[in-house]
Design a protein around this ligand. Sequence first.
Ligand SMILES: [Mn+2]
Length: 197
Amino acid sequence: MRTASITRTTHETDIAVEVNLDGTGAYDVSTGIGFLDHMIEQFSRHSLIDITCRIKGDLHVDQHHTAEDSAIAIGQAIAQALGDKAGIGRYGQAYSPMDETLARVALDISGRPYFVWKAAFTQEKLGELDTELVEHWFHSISQAVGITLHIELLYGANNHHICEAIYKGFARAMRSAVELDPRKGGAIPSTKGQLGG
Ligand SMILES: [Mn+2]
């Protein structure tokens, strides 16, 4: 089973994460930030990665540690569950429309984190979530998993749609990259023979 769990307690957050890469998109998410829960739930549902993510963070300071640590812990759990990455699709991409918005996500679970972000919000908040944390969330998960991750907003006006289109595009790209490809027969998808960076 490609599953993993991470628990971590610091002065900033108390966090428990579980993932199942071969799940059905079942989730149990509570970060204390409603809009962030909504986005992590979208990620789970559309990637088919089961995700439990419970955090008690220092929200009296601000949302930074909680948002960041959700990305780091989910990313570390995914990396752990991927193991040596044998048989995975490795690459994923998605055009992600939501009404007037179109986003594009392309990624490679290369073991070499690299992050390109070409998107912007015109509101400071979505629900209670500080929108500047969205870019930081994706940067953090790309580092934690080891993903070369390119995210681009092609166009869009509604900030909720922009954010949700990006999360859903990331989810669908991750589904392709994480899923086992039976034609690969369990081989590591690199002519180098490893995907460790
Ligand atoms: Mn929504």
